[in-house]
Design a protein around this ligand. Structure first.
Ligand code: TLP
Length: 343
């Protein structure tokens, strides 16, 4: 039985056409700034986000950490949701790399409230860490793929600007937010000093993320990328996949969202299963009442469905739709989950 892999949209494989684009890409040494394909990707992404410049980096984690490194000094504080990716899934990088600490808020499905953000900003006083950055995630992973309303992003940006903080937008899945809401990427990014996007998630490229901002910040980001060992040479072979993804795999994210809604409907209909969040994009969280997500995920694997325990509570499983699972496979996955739960 072929397993249906709903662990993450990171599991997608480059399509034959994407590989073809990679093999044809003109290349050079990007540490000398001479890779034409990387340069083209960076220019296109700067424009996409309405920023002066952009930098191709190895991963979403590197984008987040380079951004936070650029915007902070040791001892500074980053205001973010308690489920923020850098707090939970980046190996403790904020304190380990930059000597900074998070000030976590309890967002609504991960989405911060501008009033709470403002209240969390520390007064100027030698006792306190310096509040330096507000970090938001759109879509929000631990929020179940939730999409920020544009007005909320603008209100948070206004607070940050007025109080002298920078806003960093972790846009690992920003194109999912764009497709789900119809809001252009540059509008979401407008009030952010730095913004990132991952090509290796729903967009289907094998590797890479982009970080965009003003020229000075991106020059600083280049130095930190080098410091982290992330300055790559003929990286155009990867940038070509990202360019292909931007051209061909954005509009189709709507199919993943539709498949996620179908899956959520099928799961919510099962006895003992709750879907705690409305599905807005490609993540589906399902709570299996009274069961251990870890045990259930092991049983689902035997039944040919791969998923991950979500981790924020013991009974929650995360399913992710993406371009390598068809509608029929999603429906088949729902059937296999139903059988496993009934057994
Ligand atoms: N998220 C991964 C895991 O690390 C949890 C996933 O499967 O969802 N920002 C956000 C919002 C993310 O969801 C992720 C990846 C990243 C950053 C980091 O990207 P990578 O994995 O490329 O370093």
């Amino acid at each position: 039985m072929k397993p249906i892999d709903l662990r993450s949209d990171t599991v997608t494989l480059p399509s034959p056409a994407m590989r073809e684009a990679m093999s044809r890409a003109p290349l050079g040494d990007d540490v000398y700034g001479e890779d034409p394909t990387v340069n083209q990707l960076q220019e296109i992404c700067a424009d996409l986000f309405g920023k002066e410049a952009a930098l191709f980096v190895a991963s979403g984690t590197m984008a987040n950490q380079v951004a936070l490194g650029v915007l902070t000094r040791p001892g500074d504080e980053v205001i973010c949701d308690q489920g923020a990716h850098p707090v939970n899934f980046e190996g403790g990088a904020m304190p380990a790399l930059w000597g900074i600490q998070p000030r976590t808020l309890r967002g609504d499905r991960g989405l911060l409230d501008p009033v709470e953000v403002e209240a969390a900003i520390r007064p100027e006083n030698e006792h306190f860490p310096r509040s330096r950055v507000v970090e938001i995630e759109n879509t929000h992973n631990r929020g179940g793929g939730s999409v920020y309303p544009l007005a909320r992003v603008q209100a948070i940006a206004e607070v940050a600007r007025r109080r002298g903080l920078d806003l960093y937008l972790d846009g690992a899945r920003l194109m999912n937010a764009v497709v789900a809401s119809g809001v252009p990427a540059r509008d979401f990014a407008e009030g952010a000093t730095l913004v990132s996007l991952c090509f290796s998630k729903g967009l289907g490229a094998p590797v890479g993320s982009i970080l965009a901002g003003d020229r000075d910040r991106i020059r600083d980001a280049r130095r930190l990328r080098k410091r982290l060992g992330g300055a790559m040479r003929q990286a155009g072979v990867l940038a070509a996949a990202a360019l292909y993804a931007l051209e061909n795999n954005v509009a189709r994210l709507a199919e993943d969202h539709e498949n996620a809604r179908m899956l959520s409907g099928a799961l919510a209909a099962l006895p003992g299963v709750d879907v705690p969040h409305p599905v807005e994009t490609n993540l589906v969280f399902a709570a299996f009442r009274g069961r251990s997500a870890v045990d259930l995920v092991a049983r689902l694997r035997e039944a040919g469905v791969l998923a991950n325990p979500e981790g924020s509570r013991p009974d929650l499983v995360r399913f992710v739709t993406h371009l390598d699972v068809s509608r029929d496979e999603v429906l088949e996955a729902a059937r296999r989950v139903a059988e496993t739960v009934a057994a």
